[in-house]
Design a binder for this molecule. Structure first.
Ligand code: ATP
Length: 493
């Protein structure tokens, strides 16, 4: 949950400005193949918003399914789906109305607006790139010591940090900018009926804590999980899906008896790490843990899981030990008791919360970056060529198998379509007849299809097909009756 208090300003942006080639390649492949498009592109696009195309929607859904299974296929966690618009008092209680803001600064010449802390961080990176290490460390320690907007302003002015757009140092003061989108319910747009698009899904869980505990007969330790859209009017949207104004989150609040939060925090930080490595197949050396050095006043502990994006390390998930802060605040603001009462021991307490908060769309981007590879492979004629391949874990790939009749005649299309229809009962299957078989394999490699099934002359006589593996490119012959089972076995391997 991102209530941004000052102590957390120096959060995730350990940008190392690595080469942007991969990101460019991924962006272009994304559009060309139908993973992600710019929102309202034909009108010039809308900043910070993206649309998921036919392959993107499958991949995103697979990520969400993987999370949902990992989190709710157990007896101590249940799911909900709460509404995006909520009572405005929710955001008073949560602190978002007062505190969910970023410090921003405007350049008077270019009229461009920046997050003050990001402007300083980017300046530090430029100093490092020029090997001005002593200067970089000096500004870094000034930033670490910053306590308020005046301190940030002083760092920018004292170091004469220029505007990246105009190059001038003609800056306004640093002001807070609330990130919640505001709208109105009903026909009259006045202050009495203001509502907000939720900036996180977590509050929908806190306000339903009692409903869920009672109806599902849960008792601590137990959790509530939710996947849904969140909205933040981010000042700087950049790096593709990393920081957008509309995005999807997967959050889980785990309610525990006070005193046991340390043990559960350790449990969840390990469980969530394992999900990235084991379930998503993300390379462990592309992930690291970043404990928060400065904690929010209500937090007992917090740690981010960061991914090594092409532009540097960036948070994908936060695991937070939040005491009883949220439930206590909602109790105070709503006047409703949000406690657990043990009917036998009469023990009564407001549970403490361990929260796991991960971005589905940001994880989607991490997965695209992690899966993308270009490699030299041998061609049939003894030469070699470069292939682009998306090495998605087979169970997450947008398309599981492609059925490819070697030629589009001689009864092969009919045999291929029968095989396709059979496989479609269990898997997402593509069908492609156009071009040489090698080109069709490349096309499937590029979108990460783990299995290609080729129907040839032999298929018609002995009902076998070739099954090609995306990563090893090895082909084996499999009887059509055994095909589904073989694919399932490989998906589960
Ligand atoms: P950041 O520091 O990157 O702004 P945060 O610490 O505010 O993130 P949380 O409020 O903890 O983030 O949200 C949990 C997760 O939601 C983040 O780890 C991230 O994956 C995702 N998320 C948050 N803001 C955005 C955004 N603007 N665009 C895409 N994903 C986001």
């Amino acid at each position: 949950m991102g209530v941004r208090i000052f102590g957390q300003l120096i959060r995730h942006t350990s940008l190392s400005m690595a080469s942007s080639t991969t990101l460019d390649a991924i962006l272009s492949l994304s559009k060309r193949k139908g993973f992600v498009y710019q929102s309202s592109e034909i009108y010039g696009g809308l900043n910070g918003c993206w649309d998921f195309g036919p392959l993107g929607v499958e991949l995103l859904r697979n990520i969400k399914d993987s999370w949902w299974k990992a989190m709710t296929y157990r007896t101590d966690i249940v799911g909900i789906d709460s509404s995006i618009l909520m009572h405005p008092r929710v955001w008073e209680a949560s602190g978002h109305l007062q505190q969910f803001s970023d410090p921003m600064i405007d350049n008077k010449t270019s009229k461009s607006r920046h997050r003050a802390d990001n402007l300083i961080e980017e300046y530090i990176h430029r100093l490092r790139a020029k090997n001005k290490t002593a200067d970089a460390e000096r500004v870094e320690s000034q930033l670490a010591a910053a306590q308020n907007n005046d301190d940030l302003h002083r760092i920018i002015v004292d170091n004469a940090i220029p505007d990246p757009v105009s190059g001038t140092t003609d800056w306004t003061e640093v002001r807070n900018f609330n990130l919640m989108f505001e709208t109105h319910v009903g026909p009259v747009a006045d202050a009495a009926n203001v509502v907000y698009l939720r900036p996180e899904t977590a509050q929908g869980i806190f306000v339903n804590f009692k409903n869920v505990m009672d109806a599902a007969r849960m008792k601590p330790p137990f959790g509530i999980a939710q996947i849904g859209k969140s909205f933040r009017n981010e000042i700087n949207t950049k790096n593709f899906l990393f920081r957008t104004r509309e995005f999807e989150q997967m959050e889980m609040q785990f309610f525990v008896k006070p005193g046991s939060e340390g043990e559960w925090f350790d449990y969840w930080r390990q469980a969530r790490w394992d999900w990235f490595v084991n379930n998503l197949g993300i390379k462990a050396d592309h992930l690291h843990r970043k404990p928060h050095e400065k904690l929010a006043h209500y937090a007992a502990a917090a740690e981010d899981i960061e991914y090594l994006f092409p532009f540097g390390w960036g948070e994908v998930e936060g695991i937070h030990s939040r005491t009883d802060f949220d439930l206590a605040r909602h109790q105070e603001f709503s006047g409703k008791k949000l406690e657990y009462v043990d009917t036998v021991t009469k023990d009564r307490y407001t549970p403490y919360v361990i929260e796991t908060a991960v971005g589905a769309t940001r994880t989607f981007m991490a997965l695209l970056c992690d899966a993308y590879a270009e490699e030299e492979v041998p061609t049939g004629d003894g030469g070699s060529e470069t292939r682009a391949v998306m090495r998605f874990a087979p169970s997450l790939a947008p398309v599981t198998a492609a059925v490819l009749p070697l030629v589009n005649k001689d009864g092969m299309p009919e045999a291929a379509q029968a095989i396709m229809r059979n496989l479609q009962r269990s898997f997402r299957v593509d069908y492609d007849t156009s071009g040489a078989i090698g080109r069709r394999y490349r096309r499937q490699d590029e979108v990460g299809t783990p299995f290609c099934i080729t129907i040839d002359g032999e298929t018609l006589s002995d009902s076998t097909v070739t099954l090609r593996d995306r990563d090893t490119m090895q082909q084996i012959r499999v009887h059509t009756d055994a095909l589904s089972g073989e694919i399932r076995r490989r998906l589960e391997a």
